[in-house]
Design a binder for this molecule. Structure first.
Ligand SMILES: NC(=O)c1ccc[n+]([C@@H]2O[C@H](COP(=O)([O-])OP(=O)(O)OC[C@H]3O[C@@H](n4cnc5c(N)ncnc54)[C@H](OP(=O)(O)O)[C@@H]3O)[C@@H](O)[C@H]2O)c1
Length: 247
């Protein structure tokens, strides 16, 4: 498997403030720690407080910039929660240089006719509606930065539908669309908007979709970090409206 070809330079994210959703586990955890190691102050958003605290501890124990934590369940959060969150970020940090919208839920893999209405609604709420509300609330704070990067998280099944992947696949198509709409609207601004397709990566979400596969053969979250760093760094200032594979 060929990883996105980009060599990461030391301190490339110095002085940047970057929000990562789903920062407590999997790819989001790796991205948060990587961004902190490269000089960023990270804002950790996630559902499970314990997981956020453990990422916070890992970052502070390494002597890196102290992160902020935002425990929030995207399934229950309201528009006002996101507006309040953005206001807190603006008052605490004065700007937001990057937002990695990474959190999502798989729902269940099932034949199309057997998709449960509740699971469809939950997946659309977490993977689509909350991403829209998050982006709406965060854009004004992103506009306070010299250059800002909004990064959505897609999937191969957001590019090509796949049998039994139901709501999750549909939700990732919506993410591709949302990314393109925002990228086009803000084309002539300080804000660039792109999406990452991580590709098969060894996390608990991947394990629940493919419980029997050999995990040793999968990329690790660390393997796919070059693209995650590139899109947050000033080296990607001209990149907008793209959906890019991390592998
Ligand atoms: N791994 C892959 O092979 C792969 C492939 C293609 C795309 N992706 C995408 O990559 C992203 C990261 O996935 P991953 O593999 O790292 O998954 P993961 O290990 O399951 O992590 C998902 C993260 O999202 C958080 N999250 C889930 N539901 C949430 C909610 N309602 N509110 C707030 N946070 C919530 C989880 O928090 P808790 O742990 O607290 O629940 C967790 O930190 C996702 O968008 C996924 O669709 C992954």
């Amino acid at each position: 498997m060929k990883m996105f070809d980009y060599s990461i330079k030391e301190n490339i994210l110095a002085n940047k403030v970057i929000l990562v959703t789903g920062a407590g586990a999997g790819i989001g955890k790796e991205a948060a720690i990587t961004y902190a190691k490269l000089g960023a102050t990270v804002i950790l958003l996630g559902k499970t407080v314990k997981k956020l605290e453990s990422v916070y501890d890992e970052i502070t124990a390494s002597g890196l910039a102290e992160p902020a934590m935002i425990p929030l369940d995207l399934k229950g959060a309201t528009k006002q929660n996101y507006i309040d969150m953005a206001a807190t970020i603006a008052s605490q940090f004065g700007k937001l240089d990057g937002a990695l919208l990474n959190a999502s839920m798989l729902g269940e893999l099932t034949p199309f006719t057997q998709i449960h209405e509740q699971i469809f609604d939950d997946v659309m709420k977490v993977n689509v509606a909350s991403q829209c509300l998050l982006a709406q609330a965060l854009i004004p704070t992103l506009q306070l930065a010299d250059n800002a990067s909004l990064v959505f998280t897609s999937s191969s099944v957001g590019k090509q539908g796949r049998a039994y992947w139901g709501p999750y696949s549909i939700s990732k198509f919506a993410i591709e669309g949302m990314m393109q709409v925002i990228a086009d609207e803000y084309e002539k601004s300080n804000l660039r908007t792109n999406a990452i397709n991580p590709g098969a990566t060894n996390t608990s979400m991947r394990a629940s979709a493919y419980p029997a596969e050999d995990k040793e053969k999968l990329a690790t979250p660390a393997d796919i970090m070059p693209l995650y760093v590139y899109l947050m760094s000033d080296e990607s200032l001209d990149v907008n409206g793209q959906s890019i594979k991390a592998q």
